[in-house]
Design a protein around this ligand. Sequence first.
Ligand SMILES: [Zn+2]
Length: 296
Amino acid sequence: MKKTFPFLLVFSLLLGACGSQTGSETVFTENNGIKISVSIASIQWLVDLIGAEHVQTQSLTTSGDDPHTYEPTPAQMIAMAASDLYFTAGVEFEAVWLPKFTDANSDLKVVDISEGINRIPVADLHGSVGDEHEGLDPHIWLAPENMRLIANNIAATLETMDPENAADYQLNLADVLAKIVEVDRQLSQMLSQTQRRQFLIIHPSLGYFAQAYGLQMVPVEVDGQEPSPTELADILAASKTYAFNTLFFQTGTNPVNVQMLAQQAGIDKIVEIDPMTYDWAANMLSIGESLQAALN
Ligand SMILES: [Zn+2]
């Protein structure tokens, strides 16, 4: 928890005015706004922008959390019991927890915001997609095209639940879509002309991002596990082939382990990226800058 404190602090400073918070300290206030729980902080960012003063939100996960193994806190469960609406993104922990959320709150309306998104399998070392049993990539929010679809799904849900404020949701949606288009434009510009197209990353969170900009993600993890000795040998060989100079790792990973792997692969730079942060636009551009630097 300690490592996420500065992020929580920033969030509560930014969001204090509308009663929204991220992480375990969320308490919904008694007003008429729609109380909404989401699984991913970047989705909360979207809901806050589209719903504005008509909603209160909590995100179950934030920077440093691992949505593959996450468990909600008691405070989050209390807020869940008071929620009107839950936006599911289809991340792993929801498969286990969603039935418990609806058990605890029979009035909870559950909406899948990933509807319309074309989910892709997680790419392996060789860029080919994995076997079917490996499941599909859950990191849907890390690509502008997907965020556009998610934003439309969120706005449509809010308009249906609260038709009185439909005009506000439409206006806010238009603003956020313009923001997403601008992020996409800047990322295309940053990443279209890089010398290299492959990048090495511990946890394969950037599959949709890579697909959007014609890059190839080479993940170290295989099916969410550390690589076997054979797989590791493959990765070290690929590292030579592609002349990687950077190893990407995600917030929450122990940098000492990352540094050791980088040394083994002859890579001198490790760069942290955060797939779980609140401010999606700033985060996407920061990931883009890191990739641009690594690929040139
Ligand atoms: Zn992940």
